[in-house]
Design a protein around this ligand. Structure first.
Ligand code: FES
Ligand SMILES: [Fe+2]
Length: 383
């Protein structure tokens, strides 16, 4: 019996450990990974670390205020030097035998050097460098120190990623969220770029935009998406509500690109947000959201306008068995992220059934099948 397909990829691509391992090696270990916001490292000694496929990489600011990225591997016996985020004083010391590196990655001290190591050349034992780059206030790392620049990697999609002056917008840290979704990372990515579902799953939450007028498509491995506001919402914006706008009123709309692999952005006339997809297992994925706005009240307004609680309760809740009397139930809040998580997990549940068979893809799902083709091409190219 031939393997069931989910459009262009076999179902095993969404369920098996083998596919997960191959993607980790061929996709996530060989592309630029989001690591954080520029505000996360502002002074010498501050660092953040990120898992980039098989590589753990950290970024640290040197005494010269420059950002450098290194593989988080002690040159003695390989122990990870640092954990997560933090600030070191002047140097990085390995927890195992106290080998110590300066903030520029040079090995500066080896305990009992004379007694324990004859003729050791510390200058050859600096930390292995990786690449770091900054784009629109986001820090990226690449395991390869010769990776080039992030602008080269984005290429022709860059001009389609919105007019926002991202560095001028402060982060609204109260809006920072992390979710673990019980679904394969590609289910989550496909959901993000599925245009067909916008007017259905999100009929109660994302009605401010005119999905029928959306313009979208892939540019290389990256996906660009833009749609104008609905007539009603456009009129509200023109009257300058919600305020304050972060882009000129004539350019109002939503940009929702996905940079390969799994780096989603969601930008509107009053906000700019990240949606970072990290695969944790064949059927487990983490997403991290961070938001920039002109000020906090505009974000609260946006959140409110996507909720439309009454519409949600009256028209949709039955569909998702939400407990409408319980305000803590995420499905009663009319939160479109909760809607997406629900849809992704429900889809993943069916994939292992022997009766699973995918139906036809709509026009608005062309990004889904195009993304599957991007994955296939990339894996073939890298293998
Ligand atoms: S492994 Fe790092 S000092 Fe030994
Ligand atoms: Fe969605």
């Amino acid at each position: 019996m031939s393997q069931p397909m989910l459009h262009k990829l076999p179902v095993a691509a969404y369920t098996s450990q083998e596919w997960f391992d191959r993607e980790n090696e061929l996709i996530f270990s060989r592309t630029w990974r989001y690591a954080g916001f520029m505000e996360d490292i502002t002074e010498p000694g501050q660092y953040i670390s990120v898992q980039a496929g098989l590589n753990n990489i950290f970024i640290v600011m040197g005494r010269d205020m420059r950002l450098r990225a290194f593989h988080n591997i002690c040159r003695h016996r390989g122990t990870q030097l640092i954990r997560a985020v933090g600030k070191t004083q002047k140097a990085l010391t390995c927890p195992y035998h106290d080998w110590t590196y300066d903030l520029e990655g040079n090995l500066i001290s080896v305990p009992d050097e004379d007694r324990e190591f004859e003729g050791i050349d510390k200058s050859c034992l600096g930390l292995k460098p990786a690449s770091v780059d900054l784009w629109r206030g986001m820090l990226f790392v690449h395991p390869d120190p010769e990776a080039g620049s992030i602008m080269e990697w984005f290429g022709d999609v860059e001009p389609k990623l919105g007019p926002h002056k991202v560095e001028e917008l402060p982060e609204y840290s109260e809006a920072r969220t992390t979710h673990e979704i019980k679904a394969n990372w590609k289910i989550v990515a496909e959901n993000y770029i599925d245009v067909y579902h916008l007017s259905h799953l999100h009929s109660g939450t994302l009605h401010m935009y005119d999905h029928a007028k959306a313009e979208y498509g892939f540019v290389g491995p990256h996906y660009a998406f833009w749609e104008p506001p609905s007539e009603q919402y456009g009129a509200d914006i023109a009257k300058n509500t919600p305020t304050p706008l972060v882009i000129p009123v004539e350019q109002a709309g939503a940009w929702v690109p996905m940079l390969f692999p799994g780096i989603g952005l969601a930008e509107s006339e009053n906000s700019w947000a990240t949606f970072i997809i990290t695969p944790l297992g064949p059927d487990l994925t983490r997403i991290e959201n961070r938001v920039r706005v002109a000020n906090a009240s505009s974000w609260e307004f946006t959140k409110q306008s996507t909720k439309s609680f009454a519409f949600w309760r009256d028209n949709i809740t039955g569909k998702f068995e939400a407990d409408a009397d319980n305000p803590d139930d995420p499905m009663t809040g009319g939160d479109f992220t909760a809607e997406d998580i629900y849809a992704c997990e429900q889809q993943q549940k069916s994939l292992k059934s022997p009766h699973f068979e995918v139906g036809p893809a709509s026009k608005g799902e062309s990004p889904v099948t195009d993304h599957q083709q991007v994955i296939l091409n990339w894996m073939e190219q890298q293998a």
